[in-house]
Write a protein that binds this ligand. Structure first.
Ligand SMILES: Nc1ncnc2c1ncn2[C@@H]1O[C@H](COP(=O)(O)OP(=O)(O)OP(=O)(O)O)[C@@H](O)[C@H]1O
Ligand SMILES: [Mg+2]
Length: 511
């Protein structure tokens, strides 16, 4: 049996912080909680990303809730990807429970019930603030990656974006994009061939099929205006508490492509709009992705590379990313190797494969003279986890089996009427929930085609008239039929249009 006092000092020294920190709970040794042996995570290292893993029902989502609440309390805004719809309770205080008191007594922390400022967001028809992005903002690189296009097809997408940019056609939604795709090989084929090269119908047909596939996953609800301003994720309420922004994604579980599209575009937008952070000592925003295996499921290797690079880059913007998933192996190695905080809940050893995974997981933790890691991993109780973090200097802290604190807010979901009230009170709803369908590529191209057709009819009539005159007068002056088409439709768009990141935020980043 290890010396308890020695272990107590080992933890207290290892988790000592000078700056602000979040207390997760107290360390445990041989199944016993050591009161006041606090496991603390410095705010300074929270942009170093993390993982919350463990078998089903072991407490991962509650750990996410604890972290989110404590960040909010420190004035740090949070964004939660709520895949199961079980996080809305954060907007109400915990009703308390004898077991919670018991837990906190063991830890040595007083328990306080508290509610937190919550904003509910959505990327589909669900209730909440609608988050959208325009196709232009999304950019050709990301769009091509998401659709898993070939190099040739991606090249065409870039040309199309360039053409729309040159001609000031805003690409807002997928309707615009489909229209331009069709236009490039139909009415506009000669015009495009002149400046951009001829585009093959087979290629645009293939791209179109991919767009339809995206639409079938519900992406048509996501693309469009009004596009979401990521600064709205950074709000702090009148009491100095960071907003906990919850994106309800319960209807997206079976649509992984849509989910990864959304995630990547959001991260890319955050990366491109947030200022570079010096050593500020605290994160600007912390993002938690529950059921994170969904973004990696079915992601092509090109997409995985993209995710890996953005995870690497976004840290400098003061943004921490936390993946919550059952097994650490759900997360690709390239991402796993960049994670500073690991909160590993119990793993269950049912099969030989499970045992192998446990062994592998244990090997990835720092060696501890106090624990047999693989044994601890299978014996942790609910709401307990093996924690390894980074101290203020960026050095790994001692491994600590931790009795985690309980959430201050409600562990259960909001009632329907509570949810309605929360949504009714939202200021952002008013800003984002009106559907805008302003004149964009779709309308402009239709107008252009119409004008061209009219001109053609006019020209034909004129030609016939001339021919008749000629046959009577003998004169042979010719007129150009379509010289004015271009100016007509360029003028229709007089206001300055916002075509941000035409080459794609990520495209720029990668260069
Ligand atoms: N820190 C905690 N304090 C008190 N109770 C907890 C804590 N963590 C977990 N629990 C209890 O365990 C239950 C399951 O926790 P949770 O929903 O977080 O599990 P999970 O790992 O996310 O499960 P799943 O994989 O099914 O999503 C909770 O409803 C709660 O009763
Ligand atoms: Mg969960």
């Amino acid at each position: 049996m290890a010396n308890k006092e020695e272990f107590f000092d080992h933890i207290n020294n290892g988790y000592a912080t000078k700056g602000e920190s979040i207390t997760l709970g107290a360390a445990m040794l041989d199944g016993e909680t050591l009161t006041n042996a606090f496991v603390k995570i410095p705010l300074k290292t929270l942009n170093r990303h993390g993982l919350i893993a463990g078998a089903t029902g072991t407490g991962k989502t509650k750990t996410l809730q604890i972290l989110a609440e404590n960040l909010s309390e420190k004035g740090i805004p949070v964004l939660l990807m709520d895949m199961k719809g079980d996080l809305s309770g954060i907007a109400q205080p915990s009703p308390g429970h004898a077991k919670i008191d018991e837990r906190h007594e063991k830890i040595g922390l007083p328990f306080t019930a508290k509610k937190f400022p919550v904003e509910i967001l959505s990327i589909s028809d669900q209730k909440g603030v609608r988050m959208r992005a325009t196709v232009s903002e999304f950019g050709p690189v990301l769009l091509s990656r998401i659709m898993d296009l070939t190099e040739t097809q991606s090249g065409i997408v870039s040309v199309i974006f360039k053409y729309c940019d040159d001609n000031k056609y805003p690409l807002l939604d997928l309707k615009d994009f489909k229209k331009i795709l069709q236009y490039t090989t139909d009415e506009g084929k000669d015009e495009l061939a002149k400046d951009y090269g001829r585009i093959s119908t087979a290629s645009t047909g293939a791209i179109l099929r991919k767009v339809v596939e995206l639409e079938q996953q519900g992406a048509d609800l996501f693309f469009g205006e009004k596009s979401f301003d990521t600064d709205d994720l950074l709000r702090v309420d009148e009491n100095g508490m960071g907003y906990i922004n919850i994106i309800r994604l319960t209807d997206i579980q079976d649509r992984p492509k849509m989910f990864s599209t959304f995630m990547l575009s959001l991260l890319a937008e955050i990366y491109s709009t947030f200022p570079e952070q010096g050593d500020s000592g605290r994160p600007e925003l912390v993002i938690f992705i529950d059921e994170a295996h969904l973004i990696f499921k079915e992601a092509s290797s090109a997409l995985l590379n993209q995710i890996e690079s953005i995870v690497k880059l976004i840290r400098s913007k003061g943004v921490g990313l936390y993946f919550v998933t059952q097994n650490p192996t759900d997360v690709p190695d390239g991402v796993l190797s960049q994670l500073g905080l690991k909160v590993q809940h119990a793993l269950r050893a049912f099969t030989a494969k499970d045992r192998k995974a446990i062994k592998l997981t244990a090997e990835n933790y720092p060696i501890s003279e106090y624990y047999k890691t693989d044994e601890v991993l299978t014996s942790l109780g609910i709401g307990e986890a093996l924690v390894s973090a980074l101290n203020e200097k960026g050095i790994p802290t001692p491994l600590a089996a931790t009795m985690l604190r309980a959430p201050m807010s409600r562990m259960d979901v909001l009632e329907d009427n509570e949810l309605k009230e929360l949504i009714d009170e939202s200021k952002l709803i008013k800003k984002y929930n009106d559907v805008v369908d302003r004149e964009s590529a779709y309308e402009l191209l239709n107008k252009k085609i119409e004008v061209a057709e009219q001109e053609e009819v006019k020209a034909k009539a004129e030609k016939e008239k001339k021919a008749a005159e000629q046959s009577s007068s003998g004169s042979s002056r010719r007129r150009s039929s379509s010289k004015s088409t271009q100016s007509v439709w360029i003028k229709t768009l007089s206001s300055p249009t916002v075509i941000r990141s035409v080459l794609g935020i990520l495209g720029k980043m990668m260069r």
